[in-house]
Write a protein that binds this ligand. Structure first.
Ligand code: ZN
Length: 331
């Protein structure tokens, strides 16, 4: 295990308030990069969730192994571009639906990763640009992606008709500044569309489903409303659903069963978040194949799905997506 600097305490990354209470402690179950413990707190002012203590800025890159960027395509497979986009097609279509009704113009995708969304929107007639922090991320289709810190980038007079953050704001150290800068880069009438995770969900509160410590801020519906109003944006739409990313409850019942039958929480969570051996959680009891665990996992999937749909309807699902607009009359 890598020896990394001790995590540091921080104020709320959305509103700067220092008053908060700890909801639970967590660790990097997914990649096990360090054995540090991170506190998940709820801000007493804006109600958002955030990690504190959290990894230092200098150490965070270590928490993003190469597998993080390829996990979607399989841990060991580096696939070619047509295979990558074909595999992601349902997700790309679901993202693009958030821009339905906006005439194609200039699009900026922040956290563009390999450029899949840029490629897709380019086909639809958009002039695309991307920003990606990490130079390690490959750009197989040679899309116009700038690498580095969005907050440090110069945009001159360029303004955009749409700016997208797909699962980005929860990863960055200063989400408020990211949001504020994006808001200033919008054309009057331009749209800011973002997908984040929801602290007020069963997944985040009880199953530690957020990807810690890579997720540093956990949003809520009211924190998003406040953010939009602070930056002078009109919030058009705010929903929880699983059309882009599955905010799955799957595994929740099995998790509870394992806990009730003797698993410690870290042990059950570590199995649940296995990328290399997903069967471990779903089919095995402490590493050994178990028909009972397999049966329980089928039952789990059957029973959790309707609950999940209901929670999404009530706005308490795990994945929050919203669209906000800069006033066309301003400036
Ligand atoms: Zn706050």
């Amino acid at each position: 295990m890598t020896r990394l600097p001790d995590p540091v305490e921080v104020p709320c990354p959305l509103c700067g308030c220092t008053q908060a209470h700890t909801l639970y402690w967590t660790t990097d179950y997914l990649f096990g990069i360090s054995d540090h413990r991170f506190g998940v707190k709820r801000c007493d002012d804006c109600g958002a969730g955030y990690l504190s203590p959290r990894p230092t800025v200098e150490s965070i890159a270590d928490y993003y192994p190469e597998a993080f960027y390829w996990s979607w395509e399989g841990a060991d497979g580096k696939l070619d571009w047509p295979t990558i986009v074909t595999k992601r097609m349902p997700q790309l279509r679901a993202k693009a639906r958030w821009l339905d009704g906006i005439p194609p113009g200039r699009l900026l995708d922040i956290g563009a990763q390999k450029g899949e969304f840029l490629w897709f929107m380019q086909q639809k007639g958009w002039t695309v640009e991307g920003v990606e922090l990490d130079q390690k991320v490959p750009n197989p289709a040679h899309l116009p992606i700038r690498y580095g810190d969005f907050l440090a980038m110069e945009f001159g007079d360029r303004r955009y008709d749409a700016i997208t953050f797909w699962a980005v704001l929860e990863h960055v150290y200063e989400p408020h500044r990211f949001f504020a800068k994006a808001a200033t880069l919008l054309q009057p009438g331009g749209h800011l569309i973002a997908l984040v995770t929801n602290l007020n969900s069963i997944q985040a509160r009880y199953y530690q489903a957020d990807d810690f410590p890579r997720h540093l801020t956990l949003f809520t519906r009211s924190a998003i409303r406040r953010l939009c109003s602070t930056e002078g944006l009109t919030l058009d739409r705010l929903v929880t659903d699983q059309k882009i990313f599955a905010g799955t409850l799957n595994g929740g019942l099995l998790y509870m069963a394992k806990r009730a039958l003797g698993y410690a929480a870290p042990e059950a969570l570590a199995e649940w978040k296995q990328l290399d051996d997903p069967d471990l959680f779903w089919c095995k009891w402490r590493g050994t194949a178990s028909v009972w665990v397999r049966m329980a996992s089928h039952l789990d999937r059957l029973l959790t799905q309707p609950v999940e749909l209901l929670l999404d309807r009530l706005g308490c699902g795990f994945i929050l997506t919203f669209s906000a607009r800069r006033d066309a009359k301003k400036d």
